[in-house]
Design a protein around this ligand. Sequence first.
Ligand SMILES: Cc1ncc(COP(=O)(O)O)c(C=O)c1O
Length: 531
Amino acid sequence: MSPSVLLWAHPVVTPHSLAGRQATLHMESGGEFIPPTAGPADIRAATIRSNLSAMPSLDPTDWRDLRSLGHRMLDDMFDHLAGLAEGPVWQPMPTDLRQELRAPLPRAPSDPAAAYEQFRRLVFPYATGNLHPAFMGWVHGGGTAIGMLAELLSGGLNANLGGRDHAPIEVERQVIAWAAEMLGLPATAAGVLVTGTSMANLIGVLTARIHLLGAGGRRTGMGDVRLTAYASAAAHGCIPRAMEIAGIGRDSLRMVPCDAGGRMRLDALAGAVRQDQRAGMTPFLVVGTAGTVDIGAVDDLAGLAGFCAEEALWFHVDAAFGAIAMLAPKLRPLLRGIERADSVGFDFHKWAQVPYDAGCFVTRTAEPLLATFAGDAAYLRRESRGLAGGGIWPCDLGPDLSRGFRALKVWLTLMVYGADAIGAAVQQSCDLAQRLAARVDDTPELERLAPVALNIVCFRYRAGAAALDALNAAIVADLQEEGVAAPSTTVLDGRLAIRAAIVNHRTRPEDIDALIQGVLTRGRARSMRAA
Ligand SMILES: Cc1ncc(COP(=O)(O)O)c(C=O)c1O
């Protein structure tokens, strides 16, 4: 056993072992002498005293080894961040290492340094790759060194932000106020940090539902009311899923057709609402999208806000990544109307570069959230003073009771870099997207498949033989497996597209050029082999 393991192991004396030692007993940890005349009650009492004094804490008794290991971990991570571009974007985890990870529940302690070596060998080299400048798949943020350090600090505090009166909750309130300021929502705005926009959008649906039904709906459910909601045909899959989870059902979500730019058609929305009203349905919610997942289109938010105001419908905006474009002065006008939303869901872990996970839900005032989520359990009784004070608790504003200190990494990111630098990174992504779109348009072997409103470019290699979908899927898998670049794919109008979503603040023009070159090289090679 290594010295550091010994530091963590404490002896526990059992009644059995005491009985076996009968006459004279010198307790190992308590040093307590038990005379030969001691009866069972004396032995039991001594056992309890002994066990308590030998109770294991998970803290080491000597911190030196752990401290130096912690410093090494930090150095390793800084080295990793500083050298990101030198390594592959991603590499698949070998089967034997996957197998090695599968082990029975460890009952005995391990040396922390040895456990860390396991992490370095089995986990560290095979992560998603989204920190790498050439990662352009899905919508993944790149994270920052400050965000990483914030995770260390919040882990150290281990605060529970479900409620009570403490500074970490004040930090989250500040972050929510900054979110509202960024979006142009009123100073009365309230909200919570959540895992991601999927959860934020679910909160939007739940809140809109209770807003329509009234607080009684929490007891009775929907009764005979047949609710209907509306989102564009390009809305993210978490919106129908939220309808399912809310018990309203995905069939009650009308997927409204889009215009050529991928934006919800207002005339089609109005038509769908009218039709449902005539059929005895109760429209309650419109979800606008600021940055559709496939192509980054932004709905006419001002138009939607006006329509919802006229029809008394709850207006929620899914601004998963688009919200952060509010920090880029040239892009901000695209989102005009978001400031009139009843609620907004978005992520700090995408374009704001905060490490996972950091979603956010904001609404204009706390009341609709309180009506939807507040509880009165005796064990969560609020007081006007002491630790159980502190005003509205976050657990009354969302579905979670225990909640981590996500707010710290958002707070530190915005404090250290400043909102303008985050906005500049957003603008840079969009400029790079324009560069990529221009390169695609100038290359006859490539074809662009969608307009570029923000940071997403969908295109494909078109010079191959007939099976272009399979060819383009293979090109993307080649690029990923070779560690060259990591775009993802989607299907637009029935055609498989290579989809590059530029989100990472580290991505540079040369990464865009390497993506183009990589697609062309692999497209040509595969086409030649197929010919
Ligand atoms: C438009 C949109 N909405 C919702 C989501 C879901 O967000 P999350 O993955 O944070 O739950 C995404 C994710 O990319 C998205 O692009």
